[in-house]
Each structure stands twice: as structure tokens, then as C-alpha cells.
Design a binder for this molecule. Structure first.
Ligand code: GDP
Ligand code: MG
Length: 598
């Protein structure tokens, strides 16, 4: 019957192994898009995604395919975000599929995210079809990689197609393998409706659009639907599939992948992982696995020019329309004035939002150092969550604090084990274990504070291993830790936007490093500026920015008028990117740059 000719699958891969390129090839081969239309990777829609070469949001496309058995199949390719920040979205996309294509680079072999993705796919009982990509590279070693897939993952890779997504070799084999090895969906079309939302986005004409996999029952235009997490109800205005544009088809039934539009004003009402059911004859239980995602990383975002506050708020509102996982609320800083405290899924998510605010909305921003969420247990037994160091209670009121921990999994060549362990130790990592995958690769596991990896861990790892290490992590919970607030005083006044929470053993070196860094980035002013680092009121480091020499100004008077003009212009330019904090001028970049250390 109908379901027999449907295949729902996604592509999983370590970053850069060729997931997007392969997806493009599949679209081309099935005639969904011509080669000309494909000069841009279609599944990576946002400009930023293309530039960074990563997929941020999941998408889905329906491809018709006449297989060698003569049957016409309907292949639904669901693209998954390629970054740990979005692992919940990935898990919901996987739940919408019966199988996954595992792309492995024929010269790189298996890497950290390859394994992490495979484990996730196996957790969802997906059938995994291995594909060995980039066989056109001179450094390709396809047969070794085939063996590696069998030995390390335990998959049957004997039939794994050898592919070059770049030149187009082997693409048909991939499509055949999908048809042959991935099971068709099952699900009762006459049962009450259960549709899994695996992604959503905002369309200015149609409202929030839910990308769904129908698990049971069917949905059609005009049906009244209910979001099971919120109980909200809407009449369906459009039902369709992606080809890859929105194409209305009237009905979707069990086993199908497509979209549902229902004049929903906000993506926050189309939550990833939620179940859509019908108002009449509703499902008794939602689909398992729904959770409300909580931000892991917070920072303050302020307009560089206070006058742009309203513009920043408008921009935030617009971005949130499309990104339900972006949180923000107004915040006031003594140093920076009015701005927003923003919550993100991870550092990459944070960087993406900052970049979009600056690029798409043309805003100049001051961003404070990212912070994780700490648990503070007060002496009166009360527990508070702190995402802004400035809000940390008085030390006398704190019984103890807890910080979020992750399990970090690093894959690297054996000769870099020493330098990796050194780095992890520096970042307060606790060694767990190490396993050899092949003679040329080890996996090292550490338990680490999230607070230590959000700044520059990955960059350090890359530079120490000349780019050979790959890295993945998962949150494992909170642990008690000796944490203190490190304050920075400028000209004797605490600058709240520069405060950070650090482990007590790191406060001293960190305080010194920040003071030194600030001394370099704060330009000389009319008076001497002491820069101090303090913990609990005790000064632990001090630097001084000397006063400007008088003769610099003297040169402005009289003499060469064009020279004077130039000097003034330069000052004006400089001013644009300066923030007045109390009596001191600080360049906007200082707030972030102080944290990018060593
Ligand atoms: P993703 O991060 O897994 O989506 O990887 P992409 O599809 O963006 O590919 C990463 C890089 O590898 C890009 O520069 C691609 O052009 C390149 N690439 C992808 N497939 C092949 C291939 O078969 N051969 C070669 N030589 N390069 C490829
Ligand atoms: Mg990609």
C-alpha cells in the first residue's frame, strides 16, 4: 500500500564530511532541483549557515524516485542541524525518521560527532546506511574507512556506497541503498491524529509553519488542531510538502512528512517535539520525548549607543519570532545602561544571534562575557538560579554553589594525548577514560565544568592538535563547586558588566590576566586609571593606565589646521566604539575580549 513506497530519513555526519553537499546531489539526481538551481546549497538556507558551513535549522524535502525495482518512491529527506547546541532539535528530527544515511569522509574516517550522531540514531532505532564520501580525494582510503565503520561502530558496511558528493559519483547507489535498507513507515491512518513537530519557522504570510511527521491519523485543511503541550487550538489553513518550496497537497496521513500552517502568530506556539492532535477525537497521550529546552549560556547584550535601545528590542522581537529557543529580558547595568539578558542553547547559538543582530539589523552591540547558569543555595536553604554574575548574592548569604558539568569526548591522534590532557586539566577536567579506536585514533573522556569550555576550549584544542582533534559534549548535571565572583574596578568603581564567576583557585591568575588585558585595550585618558581585580572586596591584582601626556593635546593648538582636523576625526571615529563607564571610556570589544585568554 501507500506507506510501502515512503522512506523517511536524515543524513548524519561529522561536520565537513559532506552532509549538505550530498543532500544537494540527492535533490539534483531526483530532479527536485536542477544543477543550476543548486549553485547554492539549498538546505542551508540562511546566509550565515552557508558562510559557516554548518546547518543551523532542520528542513525537509520530498523527492520522487523511481528505483531499479520499477516502483516510484517518495523519499523524505530531513536535514538535521549539525551542531551540539541543537542536539534536542536533532533528536526530534531523528524521531521523525526510520533511517539515517551516515556520511563518513573517506580521508578523515570516524570522528567525535560521527559517533555521537550514530549513538543518537541508534537510540531512536534508526536503520543506518553508511556512505563513504569524498572518494575523489587523493588522500581517500575508502576500504580502510569501511573497515573502521565495521570495527568501531559495528555496522555492516560491506554494501556502503562509495561516493563523491562533489563529482556526483555513486549518488544513485545511495538512493538505492535508502530504498532497500531503510524500512517504510508504519502507523494507523484511521487512529486519532498524532503529528510530531520537528521544526518550525515563521512565514510572514502564513504564520508559524510546523514541519511535521504524521505518526498516526491524518491532517487536512480545515481540521481543528490542538497543540498538546499548551492546549491551544487552531484551524488548519494549509497542509503540504516541500519540493523544496511550500507545495500545498491538502492532506497528510500516517507515515508522511510535510508541513502544517494554521495562522499561528508565534513560533513559540509550534514547539519542537510537541504533538499536534485533532480537537475532535484527540489522541489520549502525546508522543514521547517532548521537552522544553532551556538556555545553557547567557550574556548581556547592550546597544553600543544607548539611543539604539528601541531598535535592539525590535530586532530581538523579530529574531525570536523565528527562534523559539532565544530568550531575552530587559536588564539594566550600572555600567552599560539599558539592554537585555539573553539566553542561548550554546555558544554557537549565541554567536549566531549576535552576528545576525549586527548584520541584518545593522546594530552596534556591546556584549558581556557569556555565563552559564549556576545554582546558589542560600544559608536559609533557598535555591536560586544565577545567570548574571552581577546578581550573585552576598557571599555571607551563600551556603554553597553548584555548576553545570559536561562529559567531553575528544577524538584525536595518539601523539596529541599529552597536550590534550594538559589542556583538560587546566580547564578543571576530571579524567574518566581513554580508548583506542584504531592504532591511529583515541577517544578521551573528561568530566568538565561547562563554564570552562564555553570560552575558548575548542579553539585551544584545535590549535594544540593542529586541527586533528574533534570534540563533542553532553550535559550531565550539576556539581558542587568552590566558586567566587571576580569583580573588576575601574577608577575605584565596580564595573558590573565585567564581573565573572570563576573557580576560587583560578580567581587570582584570571584577575591578573584580565587587568593586564584591560590595561592594553583601554586607551590613555586625561587622568590616570587604576584597574583592579577583586574577590569579595579584596584586591587581588592592579594595573594602571597612565594619563595622557599633555603635549599630545598641545599639538592640536595652532599650527597645521588639516592635521588638527584629522586628529579630531580620528578621535570621533574612536569614540563611536567607546563606552563611557562611570568616568572611564572603554572600547566595546573589551567586554568580550577580556575572556578570550591564553
Ligand atoms: P557538512 O558540514 O557535512 O554539511 O559538509 P559540506 O557538505 O558543507 O562539505 C564540507 C566541505 O567538503 C565543502 O567544502 C565541500 O565542497 C567538500 N566536499 C563535500 N563532498 C565532497 C566530495 O565528495 N569530495 C570533495 N573533494 N569534497 C567534498
Ligand atoms: Mg552542512
Amino acid at each position: 500500500q501507500r506507506q510501502k513506497r515512503i522512506r523517511n530519513f536524515c543524513i548524519i555526519a561529522h561536520i565537513d564530511h559532506g552532509k549538505s553537499t550530498l543532500a544537494d546531489r540527492l535533490l539534483e539526481k531526483t530532479g527536485v532541483l536542477s544543477a543550476r538551481e543548486l549553485d547554492d546549497q539549498v538546505l542551508d538556507t540562511m546566509e550565515l549557515e552557508r558562510e559557516r558551513g554548518i546547518t543551523i535549522k532542520a528542513q525537509a524535502v520530498r523527492m520522487p524516485y523511481r528505483a531499479k525495482d520499477g516502483e516510484e518512491y517518495e523519499l523524505n529527506l530531513i536535514d538535521t542541524p549539525g551542531h551540539v547546541d541543537f542536539s534536542y532539535e536533532v533528536s526530534r528530527s531523528l524521531a521523525a525518521c526510520e533511517g539515517a544515511i551516515l556520511v563518513v569522509d573517506a580521508s578523515q574516517g570516524i570522528e567525535a560527532q560521527t559517533l555521537a550522531n550514530v549513538y543518537m540514531a541508534l537510540e531512536h532505532d534508526l536503520e543506518i546506511v553508511p556512505v563513504i564520501n569524498k572518494i575523489d580525494l587523493p588522500s581517500a582510503r575508502p576500504e580502510e574507512v569501511r573497515q573502521e565503520i565495521e570495527d568501531v561502530i559495528g555496522l555492516d558496511a560491506s554494501y556502503a556506497p562509495l561516493v563523491s558528493a562533489k563529482t556526483g559519483v555513486g549518488i544513485e547507489d545511495v538512493l538505492e541503498a535508502v530504498v532497500e535498507h531503510i524500512p517504510p513507515p508504519v502507523g494507523d491512518e484511521t487512529a486519532p491524529l498524532k503529528a510530531l513537530i520537528f521544526d518550525s519557522y515563521y512565514d510572514s504570510y502564513k504564520g508559524a509553519i510546523s514541519f511535521v511527521r504524521i505518526m498516526e491519523g491524518s491532517v487536512k485543511e480545515g481540521l481543528d488542531i490542538r497543540m498538546m503541550s499548551s492546549g491551544r487550538e487552531y484551524p488548519v489553513t494549509e497542509v503540504g510538502v516541500f519540493r523544496p518550496g511550500l507545495t500545498p497537497i491538502g492532506t497528510l496521513a500516517a507515515g508522511d512528512v510535510g508541513y502544517v500552517a494554521a495562522s499561528i502568530k508565534n513560533v513559540a506556539d509550534t514547539r519542537v517535539g510537541d504533538t499536534i492532535t485533532a480537537v475532535e477525537n484527540p489522541a489520549a497521550e502525546p508522543l514521547p520525548g517532548y521537552k522544553k529546552v532551556n538556555p545553557m549560556v547567557y550574556c548581556g547584550i547592550y546597544p553600543a549607543d544607548g539611543a539604539d535601545y528601541e531598535d535592539l528590542r525590535d530586532a530581538m522581537e523579530k529574531l525570536q519570532l523565528n527562534d523559539a529557543s532565544l530568550m531575552y529580558e530587559p536588564e539594566v547595568s550600572t555600567a552599560l545602561g539599558f539592554g537585555f539578558r539573553c539566553g542561548f542553547l550554546g555558544l554557537l547559538h549565541m554567536e549566531i544571534i549576535q552576528e545576525r543582530l549586527e548584520r541584518e539589523f545593522d546594530l552596534d552591540l556591546v556584549t558581556t562575557a557569556p555565563s552559564v547558569v549556576y545554582k546558589v543555595i542560600r544559608t536559609n536553604g533557598e535555591m536560586v538560579l544565577i545567570d548574571n554574575p552581577a546578581n550573585l548574592p552576598n557571599p555571607a548569604e551563600i551556603e554553597h554553589m553548584e555548576e553545570p558539568m559536561v562529559r567531553a569526548e575528544i577524538m584525536a591522534p595518539p601523539d596529541s594525548v599529552g597536550t590534550i590532557m594538559e589542556l583538560c586539566q587546566q580547564k578543571r577536567g576530571i579524567y574518566e577514560d581513554m580508548t583506542y579506536i584504531e592504532t591511529n585514533r583515541v577517544t578521551i573522556r573528561y568530566r568538565m565544568p561547562l563554564n570552562e569550555i564555553i570560552y575558548d576550549f575548542f579553539d585551544s584544542l584545535k590549535s594544540r592538535t593542529k586541527g586533528y582533534a574533534s570534540f563533542d559534549y553532553e550535559l550531565i548535571g550539576y556539581e558542587r563547586s568552590e566558586l567566587v565572583k571576580l569583580d573588576i574596578l575601574l577608577n575605584g568603581e565596580i564595573c558590573d558588566a565585567l564581573s565573572i564567576i570563576v573557580h576560587k583557585d583560578r580567581a587570582y591568575p584570571r584577575g591578573r590576566a584580565i587587568a593586564e588585558k584591560l590595561k592594553d585595550v583601554i586607551p590613555r585618558q586625561m587622568f590616570e586609571i587604576p584597574i583592579q581585580a577583586a574577590v569579595g572586596g579584596k584586591i587581588i591584582a592592579r594595573e594602571t593606565v597612565k594619563a595622557m601626556r599633555k603635549d599630545v593635546l598641545a599639538k592640536c593648538y595652532g599650527g597645521d589646521i588639516t592635521r588638527k582636523k584629522k586628529l579630531l576625526e580620528k578621535q570621533k571615529e574612536g569614540k563611536k566604539r567607546m563606552r563611557q563607564v562611570g568616568t572611564v571610556q572603554i572600547p566595546s570589544e573589551a567586554f568580550m575580549s577580556v575572556l578570550k585568554m591564553d
